[in-house]
Design a protein around this ligand. Structure first.
Ligand code: SF4
Length: 625
């Protein structure tokens, strides 16, 4: 600690407030709040023996600090949140955006609400459920709902133009409120059941449906009673797969933390109506927060964005600002929320379970990180590289007989794809089909901008054999970058072009169409490096080749999907351009509504007419095309 820090520390106030720690360049690297600023700051700098090793190491990066005094702790809490959002300090716990996780949106304002999968939560009066752990999980839930409750499936908002129900009505999966006179009260009952189901209140729902079944049986309405019976069967079957963890049927979230010197992992268990419904994990690297601060920061950031706050949040450690956080959660929920640190009984068992989960997930995370580091280290050795391939860029292009040629660049960082760095390219300067020329153009555009081209990759992969590699090398040499990174080419095995159908002629034709040089008789993809006549021999390290293939395949997928999108758009434009009455705006509306030209082609006249601005006459003209 410098004298400057010592002086500042001795003059720090004993009031509540916020402190901002800065590095040698004056950048804010940590923001914290304290009931007593002096006491809190001293805990970092004076008792180095008592703070954990990880925090001790991070504190060494602190060159100065500032404090802001507030009147109350509550004010400090709000200010701390705002400053964290503003500075995004490196050593604070910051929850990443949940864009990856899908949720279900129920538009309760609509007369006949339906469910949609969304990734963005908006404050527009709709009800949201989730986030779900994957797209597969959300689709599975939606499938069960449609099968059990007959909620309408279509996305249409305007039923006026629909003349007859779709197939869902024919297969008894929808009451067809679009065309038939479906009682609003009956439909709303279904919606309420779906809400209970999505909130994890299945036992309550079963009880409710059982009552309805008994009453229908009493009225000798056996057909309705049978419908209720089937619903109960389906729900009970689902319930069998869930685990009951408490006897009081309350909704709770259970938080636990597992730590290692490099990573902290927080696990969150969702208990709804006494049943354990699922878990999510959040990992944080490099944080100066204590465990209690980490849990506090997590609670503030997570519940600020989520759409459901349970009655109880169980935490594994006593928090400094439990009362403040409870007040804040109660305000969000508009119902009392309690934060509990249980030491005995059922709730303490839940914490134990969450800790166990956190430890297991942390082990998996460390193992997978170690595997990624290991693969990078081995790849560096095998390719005789000067540095570890932490950033890998891979290019591929896509076209059909030279039409709409495009290319894609994918970026892998520390073994994982970083989709925010992916780039799409439309080929601009090559008029006829020429794979080498496409590559030359794209590499020139990517690496030929001097300083603006930075950061460079550690490893550049091109899809192709020696020919492609030589082109790439000549471009890189042109910009004098050959010392900055390594280049390899991956040549596909011929079997990929000509499956085992003895169709060498076709393989030859495909080879010439694709313009790729592939090695005859090879059984595996080959990796070529400049200056090495033979392909790299991976020996027993076949996983390294698989890793490189995975990156190449991702580039292939990315380039193809971009090409497909452009083709669809173009063919749609060319078809739609010939339909009288369809101008630019209607073209856009149709594409937005149906998503692709194929779907526009498959749409019925009724479906076309249901799109705002499309009259029956236009729809009929479109169908004739
Ligand atoms: S179009 Fe009609 S029948 Fe088809 S899902 Fe929508 S409401 Fe049900």
């Amino acid at each position: 600690m410098t004298i400057n820090l010592n002086d500042k520390l001795s003059s720090a106030p004993n009031d509540p407030g916020v402190y901002l720690m800065k590095d040698s360049e004056g950048k804010v690297i940590y923001v914290g709040k304290a009931r007593d600023l002096k006491k809190r700051l001293s805990s970092y700098f004076k008792q180095s023996g008592q703070i954990d090793l990880k925090t001790g190491v991070l504190v060494k990066n602190v060159s100065s600090f500032d404090t802001i005094i507030t009147r109350t702790e509550k004010e400090a809490l709000i200010l701390e949140s705002n400053l964290i959002k503003r500075y995004k300090p490196r050593y604070n716990v910051i929850l990443k955006d949940d864009k990856r996780y899908p949720s279900l949106r129920l538009d309760i304002k609509s007369q006949y609400p339906n469910l949609n999968i969304v990734r963005k939560i908006e404050k527009n009066g709709a009800q949201y459920f989730g986030p779900f752990s994957s797209s597969q999980a959300v689709r599975q839930t939606l499938k069960i709902i449609h099968k059990t409750f007959k909620l309408r499936k279509c996305k249409t908002k305007n039923f006026k133009k629909r003349l007859r129900p779709c197939l869902n009505y024919q297969i008894d999966a929808c009451f067809a409120p679009c065309c038939l006179d479906v009682d609003n009260k009956t439909y709303n009952e279904i919606v309420k059941e779906v809400v209970l189901f999505l909130k994890g209140r299945t036992p309550e729902l079963i009880k409710k449906i059982k009552k309805q079944m008994t009453s229908a049986a009493k009225d000798q309405d056996y057909e309705r009673a049978a419908v209720f019976r089937d619903k109960i069967f389906a729900l009970e079957k689902m319930l069998e797969k869930q685990v009951a963890v408490t006897t009081d049927f309350k909704d709770r979230d259970v938080i636990a933390i597992a730590d290692s010197p490099e990573i902290s992992l927080l696990s969150l268990l969702f208990v709804r109506g006494g049943y354990l419904l699922g878990k999510r994990c959040f990992s944080f690297t490099k944080t100066m927060s204590t465990k209690a601060e980490m849990v506090g920061a997590f609670i503030r950031q997570y519940y600020e964005k989520t759409h459901f706050v349970p009655q109880e949040v169980l935490v594994p450690i006593p928090l400094e600002d439990t009362c403040l956080l409870e007040d804040w959660l109660t305000t969000i929920n508009q119902k009392k929320v309690r934060i509990l640190y249980p030491r005995r009984g059922e709730k303490a068992q839940l914490i134990k379970m969450a800790v166990h989960n956190a430890q297991n997930s942390l082990k998996d995370l460390i193992a997978s990180t170690a595997a990624e580091i290991d693969i990078s280290v081995r790849l560096q050795k095998r390719l005789r590289m000067d540095k570890m391939p932490e950033r890998i860029e891979c290019f591929d292009n896509s076209n059909i007989s030279g039409t709409e040629p495009v290319a894609g660049m994918v970026v892998f960082e520390n073994g994982k794809p970083n989709k925010s760095l992916y780039r799409k390219y439309k080929i601009k300067t090559v008029n006829k089909q020429n794979d080498y020329a496409y590559m030359a153009e794209i590499l020139t555009r990517r690496y030929g901008k001097g300083e603006k081209s930075k950061p460079y990759p550690d490893l550049l992969i091109v899809d192709g054999g020696k020919g492609h590699l030589n082109i790439a090398l000549s471009i890189i040499k042109k910009f004098k970058l050959e010392k900055n990174f390594e280049i390899i080419g991956i040549a596909k095995k011929p079997a990929r072009l000509a499956p085992a159908c003895h169709c060498e002629a076709r393989a030859g034709r495909l080879r010439s169409i694709a313009g790729r040089d592939v090695s005859r008789g090879e059984t595996n993809d080959k990796v070529y490096q400049p200056g090495r006549a033979n392909p790299v021999n991976f020996g027993r390290e076949g996983d390294l080749l698989l890793f490189l293939q995975k990156i190449r395949d991702e580039a292939h997928r990315f380039a193809i999907s971009f090409h497909r999108k452009r083709r669809n758009r173009k063919s749609m434009h060319s078809i739609l351009d010939t339909v009288p009455g369809i101008g630019k705006k209607r073209k856009e509306t149709l594409l937005k509504h149906f998503g692709s030209i194929d779907k526009i082609r498959q749409a019925t006249i009724e479906e076309l007419v249901s799109v705002p601005g499309i009259s029956r006459k236009i729809a009929e003209a479109l169908k004739l095309k």
